[in-house]
Each structure stands twice: as C-alpha cells, then as structure tokens.
Design a binder for this molecule. Structure first.
Ligand SMILES: Cc1ncc(COP(=O)(O)O)c(C=O)c1O
Length: 377
C-alpha cells in the first residue's frame, strides 16, 4: 500500500488484513448493473443478465407512480432534508409517511429511520436502556442489524437456536422476573424460512417479555400479532430507502426521544420518503394485490408452497457456491453466492430472490437450469 502521509505501521496492518481476506477466498467486489430491472446488463462486461439478486419484491422501485412521486418531492423540497428530524429536517411528507406506515402495519404509530439497519439499532438500544437488568433473547440467524443492535445496547444477550421455541421457553423461564425482550426476524434473510410468530407471541405473553419482529422480508408472510413491535424497511417491498419502527404510541415516543440512530442522523430525503408513500398506496390498491399474486406465482414456479421470496439452494463449500454462481452467470442468470461471514461455514449457498417484476419465462429458465445442474430449488 502506498499512501503518502499514512502512518507506515497502519499501512502494514491494513495490508495484512487485506491479504488475509484474499487468502481466505473472501475478497468482495461490487458488481454494477446497468439498471434496477430484473432484465439488465453487467456494466463491466455489457453482458445481458436476468438478476435474481435484488429485494425489490414487487418491482416498485421502477413503478411510474413511485418515481413520479420522488420527482415531485425533489422539485418541491430539494435533494436533501438538511438536518435531523428533531432539528429542522422534518417535512410534511415524513409525517404523512409515518401515518401511512402505522396504517399499513396496523399499529398505533410509527417512526421513520434512514434505513432498516438503523431502525433495528435504534429500537433494540432504546428498549434495553429502559431497564438496567434487560435480557435480550435473539434467534441465532437474526439479521446483522439486530445483532449489532444487541451489541450496541450493552445488555446481556442470549442467543437461542434457530426457531427453537422450547429452548427459548426454558431461557425465558430461567430469567423470570427480569425485563426480557425477544427479537426475531419474521422471514430470515438468507434462509427464506419463517418464524412461528403466533407461537412466539404466546410465549412472550406468558413470560411478560416484549416481542420485536423484523418484518423486512415479510411481503408474503402473515400479519404479525397485535402485541409485537415491528421493525421494517422501505427498501424491499416498497422499493425505496429507509426504515421504520411501528408499535404503541409510548414505544414510538421512546424511540423519538432516545434512539440514537434516529436522533443523530439526517432525515431521509424527501424523494425517498415520497416514493415510499406512493409505494404504500400501490401496495394497498387492487394493483398491489395483483403484484402480490404475481410474486406468489413466480415463487411457486421455483418452490411450491414456499412462503417467502427468498429461496436458498445450499451447496456447502465456498468453492462450490462460487462455481455454481459462475456457471449460472455464464447462462445469463445472476444469482449471488452467499458465503461466510454472512452464513456459517459449510452452508454456502445460492440465494435466489424472486420478484413480481420477473418474467415467468425467466423464472422457468432459472428452475430448468438449476435442475439440469443437479441443484434443487
Ligand atoms: C432482516 C433484515 N432486517 C433489516 C435489514 C436492513 O434494512 P435496510 O437495507 O433498510 O438497512 C435487512 C436488509 O438489508 C434485512 O434483511
């Protein structure tokens, strides 16, 4: 590494860290695509591909009403909010979107965050700070933003085995009398499986524990029980950018007053916010129902009865996952290989993300190509 003025001892450390990443075969590069539509091209090569890598589950990032709302907000309100919400960054569109999210998710109130990642950091930290003896129970496959939220909260954390409600029940019983929080994804982002949210809610009620559900990927999942606090994102089902917490008014007041990832960051851009407002309108309309039907049917083409748009094909080693992804790419099918640290060693996989925007013929071609290679979605 040659960087003038950079302390040599630091240059060595950074070089060593980079060498180690390379030696482990875990070097990451960004692959740039020409557009956000499923049929697109890899910018570096110009090769046409169908992408099964995005989380734009209903294709709303490209919807004309969503992009028009973003354009209008940009023209009316400018490119940036200019400050945090609690300073002078709040606009009527932020307030309206919070009302729309609360209605969409059937909760009393909602608070916007700049990303879903920040929403998890904010809620978990705000809740844990209320009780000095707070104990957080977290599913072992929870998203990184939940894990980081529990770390930042500096409370005691007990990780329970994936979806193991009996183990969770024992852990809750063992800590009876303490202020307990259970946090789980509803749909797990690398496995596409779902938590039994009603059983989780019953367990939490029995132990007087708070239940926090991350509904980031819950586009096809059932509605969460009324007692659960929800964390979500605007970047997947709604196709824009931002995050939210939704729940009872006092919890939202608590987050607005104490969540550091809400307080100490600039408000979402007017364009992103207005786009999300338009996207929620579409989701609640007959067109939204039609898009959900299209998504469900595309998922069925790959894996009958599956309840999320995320379909993993576990292949084992990093080499096998990379080779499978490369061979699909050679046929114009972009399906990312997921490797440690995102998943556990030995469980490397192809992660297929399906959208309503996919042409069913492209989904069928992916299914056929996978089967020909002995990979079963
Ligand atoms: C389960 C889950 N929660 C939270 C997030 C973070 O959302 P965002 O991309 O809005 O930061 C993601 C994905 O990115 C996710 O998969």
């Amino acid at each position: 590494m040659s960087s003038e003025g950079f302390p040599p001892s630091w240059a060595e450390r950074v070089d060593e860290a980079l060498r180690s990443i390379e030696l482990q075969g875990r070097w990451r590069t960004i692959r740039t695509l020409d557009t956000g539509r499923p049929r697109t091209a890899v910018s570096a090569s110009g090769e046409g591909v169908v992408s099964f890598a995005g989380n734009d589950y209903l294709g709303l990032s490209q919807h004309p009403e969503v992009t028009a709302a973003a354009h209008a907000a940009l023209d009316d309100l400018g490119a940036g909010a200019g400050a945090a919400r609690l300073i002078v960054g709040s606009r009527p569109v932020h307030d309206r979107l919070e009302v729309a999210i609360a209605e969409w998710k059937q909760r009393d109130a909602a608070l916007l965050f700049s990303t879903g990642y920040q929403a998890n950091l904010g809620l978990v930290g705000a809740l844990a700070a209320v009780a000095p003896d707070a104990l957080i129970h977290s599913d072992e496959l929870n998203h990184a933003s939940i894990i980081d939220g529990t770390r930042l909260a500096r409370s005691e954390v007990r990780v329970f085995p994936h979806l193991d409600l009996a183990a969770l029940d024992s852990a809750l019983s063992a800590a009876a009398g303490r202020a307990q929080i259970v946090v789980s994804d509803e749909v797990f982002s690398m496995d596409g499986d779902t938590a039994d949210i009603n059983a989780l809610a019953e367990l939490c009620a029995a132990h007087e524990a708070l239940l926090v559900l991350d509904v980031a990927h819950s586009v096809l999942a059932e509605s969460p029980p009324s007692g659960a606090l929800l964390v979500g994102t605007l970047s997947k089902t709604l196709g824009t950018l931002g995050g939210f917490v939704a729940g009872p008014g006092p919890i939202i007041d608590l987050c607005r007053n104490t969540a550091r990832s809400f307080i100490f960051t600039t408000a979402s851009t007017p364009a992103d916010t207005a786009a999300a407002e338009a996207a929620i309108r579409i989701v609640g309309s007959p067109e939204g129902a039609e898009l959900l039907g299209r998504l469900r049917s595309n998922v069925e083409r790959l894996r009958a009865g599956h309840r999320s748009p995320i379909i993993p094909v576990v292949v084992g080693s990093e080499e096998a996952a990379l080779a499978a992804a490369e061979s699909l790419l050679a046929e114009g099918l972009l399906v990312p290989a997921i490797r440690p640290p995102t998943v556990a060693p030995g469980t490397c996989r192809l992660r297929i993300a399906v959208s309503a925007a996919h042409d069913p013929a492209d989904v069928d071609r992916l299914a056929d190509t996978l089967r020909r290679r002995g990979l079963h979605p």
